[in-house]
Design a protein around this ligand. Structure first.
Ligand code: FDA
Length: 324
């Protein structure tokens, strides 16, 4: 990428960094969560604040031919009690999904399981979820957080995968180390969800331009598909999705050997189009009261979403003032 293009991208990257840094601000989180103004915009990305609200949304997706993976929102937990309560919410979710014959497939963040408190506590909490999922022949995906957690996440994945093969992990094409990590996971027979990476990472460990992150994504995706490693291609990027289709069609790779994954509320047109073409599409469905950091990362991915949110907030506020 040339100098001019880097300069042109700079404001966008600054906005992304700003939004990601705001995602860590607990005071803003409290304000946003209490405000009724943000609700309609948040509802586009989050399937509800409770399991009761999320289950119908998951049912609608299943009825439309989608698979799902459910994220019980929460991260950066600082007390063992909160981590244990998060595990309980996961167990209730797995039981409810299984009772309703919905996909018993969940996605979990390790900082919600107590990684910042104690690694052994975190691992024990993850194992409670793994056991519940094993009981219903389901699947757990361990989400990947920022680069300071990569090693601990892969270690936890290895231990959980040794106990039950229905545990997968996430690899981010933004990280320079990912090529070696993908090779190691393929060698171990594990399953990767490949994404670009939602965190603001330093140049020492990450590719910092979109072109480099995308090029690495294409390389890793090809390697996973060619290795027949049952990958999840998690992106809304039409060019990468077209490339995946080119590879699987060219190589005669069966549609049961990989899946596309996309986020709830993002590029629904593309989600439907892929299902209509007969591809497996799994939607990542988050729910819960702790939606603030997840929501901020979604804004950061597409700064145009900030304008969309501000317009919705202003419209709502105008309505409120007129109603007075
Ligand atoms: P890119 O950002 O280039 O977007 C391509 C196009 O998609 C955009 O042009 C736009 O049309 C649309 N788009 C993307 N994001 C949008 C948004 N928020 N709102 C509206 N439109 C949007 N990350 C991580 O670090 N750890 C993880 O565990 C996961 N897990 C995960 C699971 C699944 C199922 C998905 C799809 C993604 C993740 N991610 C993640 C997030 C991922 O790293 C990345 O930040 C987003 O997917 C956005 O990148 P794209 O690949 O979509 O490309």
């Amino acid at each position: 990428m040339g100098f001019a293009e880097n300069v042109r991208l700079a404001p966008q990257r600054t906005m992304r960094s700003l939004l990601i840094s705001l995602s860590h601000r607990r005071s803003l989180a409290r304000l946003a969560v209490r405000s009724p103004l943000t609700r309609p915009v948040v509802a586009r990305f989050v399937a509800g604040e409770s399991l009761d609200e999320a289950l119908p949304a998951i049912g609608v997706l299943a009825g439309a031919g989608f698979r799902t993976t459910v994220d019980v929102l929460g991260e950066s937990v600082t007390s063992p009690e909160h981590a244990s309560a998060a595990v309980d919410r996961y167990l209730a979710t797995i039981a409810a999904l299984s009772e309703r014959r919905l996909d018993p497939n969940v996605s979990v963040k390790l900082t919600q399981m107590g990684l910042e408190i104690d690694r052994d506590l975190c691992r024990a909490n993850v194992m409670r979820i793994v056991e519940a999922v094993r009981g219903v022949s389901g699947f757990v995906r361990i989400d990947m957080e920022d680069n300071t957690r990569t090693e601990a996440t892969l270690d936890t994945w290895r231990a959980a995968y040794a106990a039950y093969p229905g545990v997968g992990v996430v690899i981010q094409s933004a990280l320079r180390r990912s090529s070696a990590d993908v090779d190691a996971i393929i060698a171990a027979g594990g399953r990767v969800r490949l994404c670009k990476g939602a965190y603001d990472e330093p140049a020492s460990v990450a590719y910092r331009t979109k072109a480099a992150v995308d090029a690495n994504y294409a390389r890793l995706m090809e390697r996973l598909l060619m290795a027949d490693a049952s990958p999840a291609i998690a992106t809304h990027d039409p060019r990468l999705i077209a490339r995946a289709i080119e590879i699987v069609e060219g190589e005669g790779i069966g549609r049961d050997r990989f899946e596309f994954q996309m986020l709830y509320g993002v590029r629904r047109d593309l989600q439907r189009a892929l299902v209509a073409r007969g591809y497996t599409v799994r939607i990542y469905v988050p729910f819960g009261q702790e939606w603030y950091p997840y929501f901020m990362r979604r804004l950061a991915e597409r700064p145009a979403n900030v304008g969309f949110m501000l317009r919705a907030v202003l419209k709502e506020e105008g309505r409120r003032l007129r109603g007075r």
